[in-house]
Design a protein. Sequence first.
Length: 126
Amino acid sequence: MAAWTADELDRIGTAEELNLQSQRGDGSLRDPVTMWVVRDGDDVYVRSVKGSQGPWFRGTRARLAGRIRAGGVDKDVAFVDVGDPGETTPRVDEAYRTKYGHYPADIFGSVVTPQAKEATIRLVPR
């Protein structure tokens, strides 16, 4: 798989929001969904606040591919499930806390619930 460039990581990592379009089974793109995005080292992550039942999250399961736009970066991506949640989840939690922890608890708290943590996706450039 391809890797993010340093510039892409910086731009996505500092963007307040990301637009995500998952690919349907026929290859067309779904309507964009706006969400928070975090960077952990050379990896980029998003979470579904509604967990695996969130409509956009379910859409990522059709082809495990789509397109993102954030910080001026427009890129085709693969949606990769987090391999070892025990190792990755605390780091992603901390990335969310650092970037978005200034929001009120009822808003920020939605990305660190157990259901959101279980619906963490790593975005990998294609």
